[in-house]
Design a protein around this ligand. Structure first.
Ligand code: FES
Length: 83
């Protein structure tokens, strides 16, 4: 089970966290991964320079944008589920 935490703090909000969340939600639904991936909104993750800050489980914060969210999903989420 993977948990994706997407920051919705102000810096990340300005960089498009809602777009990132909505796209991730769509990708998870399209691939019927609801039982394998949990999507959560988080408050400031303390890494505002990486906005949009995204954390998988308790790992390091990654920087995701509305432009590269598909790539992030394929590499960091699909890549792991297939391992
Ligand atoms: S506002 Fe997102 S990490 Fe601070």
């Amino acid at each position: 089970m993977l948990t994706i935490n997407v920051c919705i703090g102000s810096a990340c909000h300005l960089k498009g966290s809602y777009k990132v969340i909505n796209r991730l939600k769509e990708l998870i639904e399209n691939k019927s991964l609801e039982h394998k991936v949990t999507l959560k909104a988080a408050f400031c993750l303390g890494e505002c320079t990486k906005a949009v800050a995204v954390k998988i489980n308790d790992e390091n914060v990654l920087s995701v944008s509305p432009e590269n969210v598909d790539e992030f999903f394929n590499e960091s989420i699909m890549g792991r589920l297939l391992e």
